[in-house]
Ligand binder design. Structure first.
Ligand code: ATP
Ligand code: MG
Length: 757
């Protein structure tokens, strides 16, 4: 009877208990969202420890995030009624891999105090290698190479394992060579990257039989959550480690496989029974998380996927509202609407930290951040930077700041060599030195330098070119809208081109963020207004621990649950993403649909889906059509609320069968509120304290800028210059000197760089 059931098993249903109590042999728990897979896995861990089947240190337990590992550790302690000492092998694949590698570093040519480098370091290293080996980085971007190397590592492939097909993608078949060089370089630095944490250990397992045997013996039980998102190298790891005892329990849901773009293979879960013959398969069908309508909507949606095992879900949870689908006019209204709904929930007593806004793409967070700041609603961005803090956004803002404000040294320093212009640390040092000596803003000092022989000709040309660009942008700023200006800057600097060349998912995310920035700017008449808005938003970082609404991507929300979930942007081209539509394959569309399934099933009580009829894309209003996923939601579980025509009913009328969903998209010129011209002029002369005239002076003629010429240097004076040596002044114009050097010939230098001889 119940009195004898330990705490960790008390609440479990029959199949969950089965998964907990079947401790020996392989177990596959395959079940839909919210059915208590993670709960059962946690109970299993507690059970193994409580019944002394294994010490905590003899159990390998893999979670998808560090947060999930922490929660599991706490829950096991709670179940057992005492703190559990040492669960060293409970964590993500990466954290477990790092720990093992510390013990065996010497077997792969590292020392145990090796460093783990991040993606920035990784890129810097690859760029060096590319430069050292006479490859054109513009043509063959380091990021592309980094992406490939990650992919190979995710597949468990060392440089020598690559076949011709794998190798052909980069620099006409030189990928393998660079992969090898990169690995050698890392070794020399006593470092490894994230991919190595797993690949190195896989190599050790394969080569060193005794090490493998040690771990096969040690890990009496292996537990893996979110198994559907394991990649090849993780799969190979587990298969090797479990081979001896075969006490491996994996849990997952094929409908929630959403990381194939990172190398995850849903096939891993499908072939588990082949890999481990006689595996005990447990299916869970009772969902404890969501209301019947939420569940019905999610199940109906995922039914449209063809490549799935198929399963049914039911719930005893009562009542609840239908999934709401709200059609709004545009993105600002979407954010306004969500804000209102959240305020209403708050008034009803709903805790803010159980409310989430889950977006398809990072850039979507911006509209919500802006709105929530306006209405003073606390929010937190999880798993990513707040919009205006992302590197590409800061870069773009830095350009705009220098345009509006030539004295903004910090901004100028951020972008003078971004994208890369071949201006190194030496040049920067010179620039600072000169600015300090003359009291000029960095940009103006730099221009002066470029107009002399103080810098190598190439650097001087580059800087001259950049300054001419700034001049042109400032002129454009007087006529164009802030958003148009931004687009020009991103084009003319090559910033867009740099990202486009990378051809990675990350780079295309950055491009999307930049378009989103332009979209945000459309709402402002002047650059000054916009920049002021940004500084207010950036200042808002609340260091307090008040309850906050969570904004995060659907990817990051996997495994989590919230009482109230808002899902904005359910439009073709946003969700499913344009990328998925462009690739056009069934596989990418089905992955998007799984993502939609994950999104809806995060909700416990209420789920609200929104779609906007118009999005501003590249300065043009584009009518968007609701996501096909909206149309796939079973009508019984959905309550539509839209004053607009179209919506889900449009899809249900059969539009989803048309071949080209964009054939009907109409575009029209946006209506602008008010005229830009006078407002812009006004702002320049009052606001961001550079008047157009002053701006022009700074750039056109640096010599006339208020740098004071030295009075102790005159024509005929003998002087010394660090780089050119001794010489005699033959001409003087402001603070610029013409000097006949004894060795170097006649040069134009700046007076602050010479000393009296
Ligand atoms: P996902 O697929 O989203 O990862 P899951 O299958 O891992 O979901 P859990 O997160 O383990 O599901 O559980 C979902 C919710 O149901 C949690 O709030 C959990 O506490 C609760 N739950 C799990 N099992 C039971 C049970 N037997 N009785 C009551 N509640 C349960
Ligand atoms: Mg789970």
């Amino acid at each position: 009877d119940d009195g004898e059931i330990p705490l960790y098993a008390a609440r479990l249903n029959a199949p969950q208990r089965e998964a907990v109590l079947t401790t020996e042999g392989p177990v596959l728990m395959l079940a839909g969202a919210g059915t208590g897979k993670t709960a059962a896995l946690t109970a299993r861990l507690a059970h193994l420890v409580a019944t002394r089947r294994a010490w905590p240190s003899e159990i390998l337990c893999v979670t998808f995030t560090n947060k999930a590992a922490r929660e599991m550790r706490e829950r096991v302690a709670h179940h057992l009624g005492e703190a559990v000492e040492g669960m060293p092998w409970l964590g993500t694949f990466h954290s477990i891999g790092a720990k093992m590698l510390r013990r065996h570093a010497e077997l792969v040519g590292l020392q145990s105090n090796y460093t783990i480098i991040d993606t920035d370091d990784q890129l810097r290293l690859l760029k060096q290698l590319i430069a050292d080996n006479d490859l054109d980085e513009k043509r063959w971007p380091a990021r592309q190479l980094a992406g490939l190397i990650d992919r190979w590592k995710n597949k468990g492939l060392n440089p020598e394992d690559l076949d011709a097909v794998e190798n052909e993608g980069y620099a006409n078949g030189r990928g393998q060579q660079f992969y090898r060089l990169y690995q050698d370089r890392l070794k020399a630095l006593n470092a490894c990257d994230f991919g190595d944490l797993l690949l190195h250990m896989l190599n050790v397992f394969r080569r060193e039989r005794d090490v493998l045997a040690h771990y096969q013996q040690r890990f009496k039980y292996i537990l893996v959550d979110e198994y559907q998102d394991t990649n090849q190298v993780q799969y190979l790891w587990l298969r090797l480690l479990a081979q001896e005892r075969k006490n491996i329990c994996v849990v997952g849901d094929d409908d929630q496989s959403i990381y194939s773009w990172r190398g995850a293979e849903v096939a891993n879960i499908l072939r588990f029974e082949k890999d481990f013959p006689g595996a005990h398969v447990v299916r869970l069908e009772q969902n404890y998380r969501s209301t019947p309508h939420i569940l019905g909507a999610a199940s109906g949606l995922i039914d449209a996927n063809s490549q799935r095992l198929g399963k049914s879900l039911w719930t005893e949870v009562d009542g609840g509202d239908k999934v709401r689908v709200i059609g709004v006019w545009d993105a600002p209204e979407e954010a306004r609407r969500v804000g209102e709904e959240i305020e209403r929930l708050e008034r009803e007593g709903a805790p803010l930290d159980r409310i989430a806004i889950l977006v398809r793409a990072q850039y979507q967070t911006r509209e919500f951040e802006d709105r929530f700041i306006q209405i003073g609603l606390n929010y937190r961005i999880v798993g990513g930077f707040r919009f205006y803090e992302r590197a590409e956004i800061r870069d773009a803002l830095a350009y705009l700041r220098v345009i509006a404000q030539p004295q903004d040294d910090l901004a100028f320093e951020r972008i003078y060599n971004q994208p890369k212009r071949g201006l190194g640390a030496k040049t920067l040092e010179k620039m600072h030195q000169h600015a300090r000596r003359t009291g000029l803003p960095l940009a103006a000092a730099t221009l002066q330098l470029a107009d002399s022989d103080e810098l190598p000709a190439r650097a001087a040309n580059t800087i001259g070119g950049l300054m001419r660009q700034f001049l042109a942008w400032r002129e454009q700023a007087e006529k164009a809208t802030p958003a148009e200006l931004l687009r020009t800057v991103l084009e003319e600097t090559g910033y867009n081109a740099m990202l486009q060349a990378e051809k990675t998912a990350e780079a295309s995310g950055r491009l999307e963020n930049l378009s989103e920035l332009a979209r945000a700017m459309e709402e402002y008449e002047t650059l000054g207004d916009f920049l002021e808005h940004v500084s207010l938003v950036m200042d808002n970082e609340a260091g307090d621990d008040r309850e906050k609404v969570t904004i995060m991507t659907i990817h990051a929300a996997k495994g989590l649950e919230f009482d109230n979930v808002f899902l904005p942007g359910w439009e073709e081209g946003v969700f499913p993403s344009q990328r998925a539509l462009d690739e056009g394959g069934l596989a990418s569309l089905e992955e998007e649909r799984r993502l939609a399934y994950v999104a809806i099933t995060r909700a416990r009580r209420r789920c609200t889906i929104l779609h906007a009829a118009n999005r501003r894309i590249y300065g043009q209003w584009t009518s968007s059509i609701p996501s096909r996923f909206v149309g796939e939601l079973p009508a019984d579980h959905v309550e539509e609320e839209t004053t607009l025509t179209g919506g889900a009913s449009l899809w249900r009328a059969g539009m989803s069968e048309r071949e080209d969903p964009f054939a009907h998209v109409a575009t029209s010129r946006p209506e602008r509120s008010g005229s830009r011209g006078p407002g812009w002029q006004r702002a320049l002369s009052t606001g961001y304290d550079a008047t157009p005239r002053r701006v022009r002076e700074t750039t056109r003629s640096a010599a006339s800028f208020a740098a004071k010429p030295r009075t102790d240097v005159t024509v005929g004076q003998r002087v010394f210059h660090d780089k050119f040596g001794y010489g005699t002044v033959t001409g003087q114009e402001g603070n610029r000197l013409e000097i006949a050097f004894e060795q170097a010939g006649t040069k134009r230098v700046i007076d602050s760089f010479v000393t009296l001889a």
